[in-house]
Design a binder for this molecule. Structure first.
Ligand SMILES: NC(=O)c1ccc[n+]([C@@H]2O[C@H](COP(=O)([O-])OP(=O)(O)OC[C@H]3O[C@@H](n4cnc5c(N)ncnc54)[C@H](O)[C@@H]3O)[C@@H](O)[C@H]2O)c1
Length: 346
């Protein structure tokens, strides 16, 4: 049996607690939260005052689900004591902090994963394997929309680091390509310190065009990913875990006006049937297997670092564009107009 702990018992932590209590091969030995157990998620598992008390219990790994700004401190403490960690997304609040976490876990040969839960969504897993087998032919474009109401509890980062990191991670993962360039605009309408709406346009290393519209300002909750390519378009809805394929028509339409307008003909539409396991359960099973030393596909801390770096480039591009709009541009804004900010590479 592996001994596991949890750090943070809020909206996400309570779900981790629910799964850790039932996970095969794992004993859930304790959780840390200065606020106690506000959601009654522990069912007898002890609540501890700090990370040092959890480490003192003797744990093989811990799940970090405290506010993003505190991931680094908790993670470095675990790594220094030889404890593996599954760290909620985003890996850290800044690229520098994320890099320090990667270095700390890698230097000690410890398993560190990031909770980019969309990778375990059955709709995106289906989509990725269908792209891998070439069902779409050449991929032209990935479009994501992630909108919803304001989460009052998230105050330490803006919507780019909190939500758009899902889109950045899933886009690289389903296509197998990293971000090459991007340009972004943000606004902050809620009166908070950080942005609450972002539009990103960019390209991946193979030339695939991407766009992401992400905000906390919409009463409509949406989790939409569309991949358009040579043979049609896949649409994944990660709220319902549905995957649909809209095929290009193989027949020639005789209605000339319509054909000229649409470019491609509409073909069949298929909604696939597949098993839908809870993504968080799969994420936990994969991480447990990795800690046990088995071959297991997890989101590595290094991949999490890359996603934080891309999110930092999004914020930098938006900042430069605001400067240009105000006539106080520092030169970066001019570059954006010409083709986008180059995403830094590790
Ligand atoms: N994977 C996902 O889809 C997903 C969804 C929501 C949140 N998250 C991530 O999970 C993390 C937590 O978000 P949340 O929505 O649960 O926030 P939350 O505010 O609901 O919960 C945070 C909890 O951490 C506790 N906490 C504060 N300081 C602490 C400390 N020093 N040690 C231990 N616990 C501490 C708070 O008391 C609170 O109970 C964030 O990093 C967020 O980005 C991920």
């Amino acid at each position: 049996m592996l001994r596991a702990g949890l750090i943070g018992l809020g909206a996400m932590g309570r779900n981790h607690a629910r799964i850790l209590r039932r996970l095969d091969g794992v004993e859930f030995v304790g959780a840390v939260d200065p606020a106690g157990d506000p959601h009654d998620a522990l069912h007898g598992v002890p609540v501890l005052p700090d990370v040092a008390s959890l480490i003192a219990l003797g744990v093989d790994y811990a799940v970090i689900a405290c506010p993003t700004a505190l991931h680094e401190e908790a993670g470095l403490q675990l790594a220094a004591n030889g404890v593996c960690a599954l760290i909620e997304k985003p890996l850290a609040h800044s690229a520098e902090a994320a890099r320090r976490l990667v270095d700390a876990f890698e230097a000690r040969g410890l398993v560190a994963g990031v909770g980019h839960i969309e990778r375990f969504n059955p709709a995106l897993q289906q989509l990725r394997s269908r792209l891998e087998t070439g069902e779409l032919g050449e991929v032209f474009q990935v479009v994501t929309r992630r909108q919803g109401p304001f989460p009052h509890r998230i105050a330490d980062v803006g919507v780019v680091k909190d939500l758009a990191t899902h889109d950045i991670d899933l886009t690289s993962w389903i296509t197998g390509h990293e971000y090459a360039t991007l340009s972004a605009r943000t606004v902050s309408k809620s009166g908070r310190e950080h942005e609450d709406m972002v539009a990103v346009v960019g390209s991946l290393t193979d030339g695939t065009m991407v766009s992401h519209l992400v905000n906390w300002l919409s009463p409509l909750k949406e989790r939409f990913t569309a991949v358009t390519g040579e043979r049609g378009c896949f649409v994944a809805d990660t709220l319902t875990a549905d995957l649909t394929f809209h095929a290009n028509g193989a027949f020639a339409t005789e209605w000339e006006a319509l054909r000229a307008f649409r470019g491609v003909a509409e073909g069949d539409m298929i909604r696939y049937a597949f098993p839908k396991r809870e993504p968080l359960v799969v994420e936990h099973e994969r991480f447990r297997d990795a800690v046990e030393g088995k071959h297991s596909e997890i989101v590595t801390a290094r991949e999490g670092l890359r996603t934080v770096e891309v999110s930092a480039a999004v914020l930098e591009s938006a900042r430069a564009a605001r400067g240009t709009a105000r006539g106080t541009g520092d030169g970066l804004g001019d570059g954006l107009a010409e083709g986008g900010l180059a995403v830094p590479t590790t």
